[in-house]
Structure formats: C-alpha cells, structure tokens
Design a protein around this ligand. Sequence first.
Ligand code: PEP
Ligand code: MN
Length: 332
Amino acid sequence: MHHNAGRKQIDVVLAAVKKMGLTAQPIPGSDRTAIGVLGNKGYVDDINIRNMPGIKEIIHVTKPYKMVSRDFHPKGTLVQVKGITIGEGKNPIVIAGPCAVESEAQIMKTAQAVKRLGADLLRGGAFKPRTGPHTFQGLKEDGLEMLAEAGRRTGLPIVTEVMSPENVNLVAAYADVLQVGARNMQNFDLLRELGKIRKPVLLKRGMSATIEEFLAAAEYIYAEGNHQIMLCERGIRTFEPATRNSLDLSVIPVINELSHLPVIVDPSHATGKRSLVPPMTKAALIAGANGIMVEVHPEPDKALSDGPQTLTIPGFGKLMEEIRALRSFMGY
Ligand code: PEP
Ligand code: MN
C-alpha cells in the first residue's frame, strides 16, 4: 500500500482478497502497510486489485515459503520456553546435554552439571535416528521420563527429538521443545503434525538441504498454526572428510535476512570432533546465532553415541567461561 493509504483503503483491499477465496494478512511496516496474500495455487489475477485506491505495487513472492519470510513478518519471532525468550535482540541461549539419555544417573549428573555451569536448556535423545539398526536406538518413553525428571529437578526446560508423526503427542507430553532431526527435515507428515501442537519446535537442517528447502520445511509447521519455531544449523555434507560435516555459518546472516525465525547452531554434529566445538561455538555467536546446542556427557568415551564430538563436564565449563568473556566483549 502507499505510505499514505488509510485504514479504509486497506480494509477494502483485504475484503477484495478474501472475496477471491484467499487469505489476506496485513503486515504493518515502519513506513507503510503491506498485505500478504496466501492460499493462491498459482499466479493471482490482480487486475481488479491493481487499480484500487491506496495500492502502490503488487509484488509476486515466488518463494516456496511465505509465512516464515521477513517479507510477511518483518519483526523477529521470539520463541518462549518456560520463561526463557529466544530470538532477535535477546541474549543467545545455550542448550547442553548428552546425545542420548542412557540412564537415570547419566542424565541427572549431566543435568545438574550443565545447570551449575550456566546452561539454559537440557537436551537428550530418547528416540535416536541412528544410521544403522544395530546400534543403540534410545530408551524411548523410559528415556523421556528420565529426561523430564532431570528437567524438573534442575529447573531446566528439556529438548528432545521426535522421529515419527505417531509419537508427536507422546513426546509433547514430556518435552518443552520438540526437535526434528536432520534426517527428518523433509518428513512432511511429521512437520504437519508438529504444526498442530502448541510447543516450540527446533527444526534441524537436513544434511543436504538448501536454505530454501530448510525454510520451506519450517513453512509446513508454521502454516499449520505453530509459530514457535527455531531453525538449527548442524552442518551439511560436503567433499571434506576432516570434519563430520561442514558448518555453514553463513546460514545465520542469510536466514536473518530471509526469515524472522531464530537460528541455533549445533557445532557438535557439525564438526564431529570435541576440540573443534569451542572455536565453532564462538564463531557462531559472533556471526549472530540466537543460541547454540552442544553435546555434554560425564564420560564421553563411554557414551553410547557421538562420544568423539561430546564435551566433558570440565570442557563444557571452560566453554561457558569463554562464552561469558565473549558476552562482555559483544555487549550482551
Ligand atoms: C541430535 O541432535 O541428536 C541429532 C541426531 O542430530 P542431527 O539430526 O543433526 O544429526
Ligand atoms: Mn548426537
């Protein structure tokens, strides 16, 4: 709309879009209001609308995502998890915990340690998407119970993965944040199911997904009505074997331009190597990540999964000190 278009002119356009059987979403900006059109299967015949008073221009958004785009929602989304706010302008958060919940003692010990050292959320997988079927697959609902108990005792909100649409309600009964793993980024039935619940989702980038595919996957959740979504960069497959994946740090500013959703970086799965986690954590924070997620275990060498990339408790303590130093340096 023109910057001087009034409420009446905006309402007339909204009504005209609705009359076409489409959804109209006003997007108030600092100098003018835009009206987002949703639900069109193809090119919208805009002859009638084009000539309405107050219209400045009609922009065709050809991206496969709209609702998660900055065009539709210029202000950054803030995700709320039990009193913690994640997103634009907020202090970056730290999610820490083991790759998998292995026992009551293991998760409790880790939870208490990461809490003492300053973590904001506790992670731990109960449903594990392992590459082969002969490895530890997770403790399933028993694991969820152990994780929830560790969360209750420490006061840390918990993040855990859900692998199938049938388990969304089960996992949502325990978790504060539901994680979609890289291997499931394009499990569209799972994404749709997660769109129907009212708990935040941490969506990990598929290991060979483009940023456009990543955002289109988030759109599936958003379009169903769940707007509390965090995007998680966890490295992508490249030709380089020295690291488990290649951490694509440019995702952070690219997504900040394209989308209003917060970005979390997982340097553990991205590098696959404990010694590389601290430098890449710091790089991610400097690049503008809204949070980081790292794997921590009391005895990484005995971990049932991802030991080599997992920090020891003292290692996590040292990383938290480095993050604090960075905080005062960056002014947050
Ligand atoms: C995880 O975070 O537990 C995990 C399995 O990571 P990814 O899906 O990124 O491989
Ligand atoms: Mn892992």
